[in-house]
Design a protein around this ligand. Structure first.
Ligand code: GMT
Length: 378
């Protein structure tokens, strides 16, 4: 199949999932066309089957806001015509499904029929999309898609609760390339990060308020009082200054290492003992799954789709949002006993197997085939 993929090309989970999906589909023989405003961060190699088309939005001083959706829908029209793209898979209802629908309508005028598959990732539903400013456009975009998927049952339920939806929503969970995380533990260079007796705690996110990164620091503060530990913070975002100050106020700056954005998540997870994800909400929690695939147990909140990934008492523990005391207590419980830690690490890896990309990616292929077949009948 010739598949056009539209996503946010940044470090966010939706862009990562879209990119990994495209790469795996290309290995399975499909022609993949990424259509985005920057080359997606995890898209390192272009090949015969993997193409990238940049959406340019020319700056015009008259416009207070540059019309990205217009530029994207025009680019989609051009790329579908030029490359014979058969189906568009857009990640995020707004603005991608919205722009794709406009492209579809423009193409229809020329007798070209391209169905749209929309994948909902969370921010487009629970955080931004449900705002009254966007709600009608999000509802419209979901209802007008030819197929809709959500990355967890929880996100599907939220979408049906928050919007007036008359379309089916298929749950296709996020996935992981387990091979990538199947590292030998000899090349971890753990010694560069912490002393032998120190446990390594990790958090990865874009440091937005929804990630509750202040809770990460509070949980770590509790842990390091009980046992020697270091905290690795990976990511950049609006809360960074606040947590740097928090570390200074608590006198733990020397125990917290800030990495900024990194393309070496697998290497960092390789030497981690525990992952913290105390978010206010997560439709799925891809970062937790990446940790688990590396054999790192997870202490998280019990919100949104996280319980579909992190299993209580098996791959880690889940607490109410904001219950940092319980999170610290559970973290210490895992870390204090070497045998228990080894068991949780093993369990985490086992639980991650449920999300093997070889199991999940074919589900998208089936959806594409069904959607194309349905479009042919219309
Ligand atoms: O929250 C993020 O880190 C980024 C965000 C995005 O839109 O890229 O992630 C969302 O999609 C990910 C991939 O499906 C999910 O794993 C995240 O849980 C989800 N974030 C939220 O729901 C807040």
């Amino acid at each position: 199949m010739k598949i056009g993929i539209v996503c946010y090309p940044t470090f966010g989970g939706s862009g990562v999932v879209a990119t990994e999906l495209g790469l795996e589909l290309s290995k399975r023989g499909h022609q993949i066309h990424f259509i985005t405003y920057n080359q997606p961060v995890r898209l390192e190699l272009l090949s015969n089957n993997v193409h990238y088309h940049e959406v340019n939005v020319p700056e015009y001083p008259l416009f207070h806001y540059q019309p990205y959706e217009l530029a994207l829908s025009s680019k989609l029209v051009d790329m579908v015509k030029l490359h014979g793209i058969e189906i568009l898979h857009v990640h995020y209802a707004i603005p991608h499904a919205y722009a794709a629908y406009m492209a579809k309508k423009m193409l229809q005028e020329e007798g070209i029929h391209v169905p749209i598959v929309t994948t909902l990732h969370g921010t487009d539903i629970t955080l931004v999309g449900s705002h009254p400013f966007y709600k009608p456009a999000v509802t419209f975009s979901i209802n007008k898609s030819d197929a809709v998927t959500a990355v967890s049952q929880s996100l599907k339920d939220d979408t049906l609760r928050l919007f007036d939806i008359n379309n089916d929503i298929h749950v296709v969970p996020n996935f992981i390339d387990l091979e990538k995380y199947n590292h030998g533990f000899t090349d971890c260079q753990r010694g560069m990060m912490a002393k032998d007796d120190e446990k390594i705690i990790t958090h990865i996110s874009n440091l937005r308020p929804v990630k509750r990164v202040q809770d990460v620091i509070k949980v770590f503060y509790g842990i390091q009082k009980a046992l020697p530990a270091k905290l690795m913070f990976i990511g950049e975002g609006p809360e960074k200054e606040s947590i740097e100050n928090q570390c200074r106020d608590l006198g733990i700056s020397d125990k917290v290492i800030f990495f900024g954005r990194s393309n070496e998540i697998d290497k960092i997870l390789c030497f981690s003992d525990l992952f913290l994800l105390p978010s206010l909400t997560e439709s799925f929690g891809l970062a937790a799954l990446e940790a688990m695939a590396s054999g790192v147990p997870v202490i998280s909140s019990n919100t949104g789709g996280i319980p579909e990934v992190n299993v209580e008492g098996v791959s880690g523990y889940l607490s109410e949002v904001g219950d940092v005391e319980e999170m610290s207590k559970n973290a210490i419980h895992i870390l204090k006993d070497e045998d228990r830690l080894a068991q949780f690490k093993n369990n985490a890896r086992q639980e991650a197997l449920k999300f093997d990309l070889h199991e999940i990616v074919p589900q998208y292929e089936v959806i594409y085939q069904q959607t194309l077949a349905k479009a042919l009948l219309l």
